[in-house]
Design a protein around this ligand. Structure first.
Ligand SMILES: Cc1ncc(COP(=O)(O)O)c(C=O)c1O
Length: 348
């Protein structure tokens, strides 16, 4: 396996390739964070189980802190879920395509990964209801909405999987603020369900690396067993707490991203567009590159104009590009660059 090296930080470029929030921390939240930092005790270890953060989050979602685990990004929680619930050489089921870290973190731990292809609309097929899988898999991962396809899977099939699986089912709601669709309420009834959330996307603090898992205490207890004693830094906890307390400014950013997403889809749906968007519930759009054009050429064309988007190498996605929704001015630049690309290719 090769190291997972994210592309180097591209200062000065319009980065529409990593599904982050395009908005830096609002000034009022930044000042509140700096004030909070002044009160921290630097020579002591942080609050190990992130109790203050779990309590604050729990109050918002109506769960006690023992239903919540905080992690160093949801990436860490994905690894902890595998450590806690998959025996040696156990089976982990993931849809294909999906967020690559599920497979990667399972393989690093020597687990068997079963990848089930999504159907032609990138939704769950009946294959996910195979009784042998439901009996034998220890852990299932579903990103909801899915990355990179941007859609929310069929709620009915997901509910059936949760009801019938012997193993633990993880619904990763990293983009929930853009979809408004959640299984969080079901954790009270389903003792095999884990919901993952992150502060890295809509909440706009990818720098802080904070993720959360919500589940019945019989599951969270095991996550605490495999968790490092101080897995989340004091700075990460302080940043997450400040962000939680300042949600008005952040909600405004989320509304703006949703508006820009609508405009992007409308722009790409225009008849002559080289990129045909798929339905999206996230802060990004997966778009099929029209025949006669190459995703790599589209990528390079935009890159020369200072705009970074994501292309793929796996066969199922090689005709697609993924574009994260940016700030209004960035989206205008993208639109102008696409106009130029379409004009040039019409003339060619
Ligand atoms: C579906 C999904 N889950 C989790 C993550 C990682 O989130 P975090 O920054 O909390 O590790 C991503 C990041 O792209 C993602 O797309």
């Amino acid at each position: 396996m090769t190291p997972y090296l994210p592309p180097p930080r591209a200062d000065g470029l319009i980065t529409l390739d990593a599904n982050e929030s395009p908005f830096d921390l609002p000034e009022a939240v930044r000042s509140a964070f700096l004030r909070r930092i002044r009160t921290l005790v630097f020579n002591r270890y942080p609050d190990g189980p992130s109790t203050e953060l779990r309590t604050a989050v729990g109050q918002r979602v109506g769960l006690l802190p023992d239903w919540i685990v905080a992690g160093n990004g949801s990436d860490e929680l994905i690894g902890l879920l595998i450590d806690a619930f998959v025996p040696h050489r156990g089976m982990v089921v993931v849809p294909d395509p999906t967020f690559v870290m599920y497979e990667r973190l399972a393989k690093i731990r020597g687990e068997r990964v079963v990848k089930i292809p999504l159907d032609e609309r990138f939704d769950l097929s009946r294959e996910f209801l195979n009784p042998k899988l439901l009996r034998e898999a220890s852990l299932w991962f579903f990103a909801y909405p899915n990355n990179p396809t941007a859609n929310c899977f069929s709620k009915e099939i997901l509910a059936k999987i949760i009801n019938r699986a012997r193993g633990v089912v993880v619904i990763d709601e990293a983009y929930v603020d853009f979809s408004g669709k959640t299984f969080l309420r079901a954790v009270r009834r389903k003792k095999n369900l884990v919901i993952l959330r992150t502060f890295s996307k809509a909440l706009g603090i990818a720098l802080g690396r904070v993720g959360l898992a919500f589940a019945h205490p019989c599951l969270t207890r095991l996550l605490h067993v495999v968790r490092m004693p101080y897995n989340l830094s004091g700075l990460g906890q302080a940043l997450a707490l400040t962000t939680l307390a300042s949600s008005t400014a952040i909600q405004k950013n989320i509304r703006m991203i949703r508006t820009e997403r609508g405009k992007l889809v409308t722009r790409l749906t225009a008849t002559e567009s080289i990129l045909a968007p798929l339905p999206t519930d996230a802060n990004f759009v997966l778009a099929r590159v029209s025949p006669g054009h190459s995703p790599k050429k589209v990528f390079e064309f935009l890159r020369r104009r200072g705009i970074l988007i994501k292309i793929f190498h796996e066969p199922r996605l090689e005709r697609f590009v993924r574009i994260t929704v940016g700030r209004p001015a960035e989206m205008q630049k993208l639109s102008a660059a696409l106009d130029e690309l379409e004009r040039t290719s019409c003339r060619a």
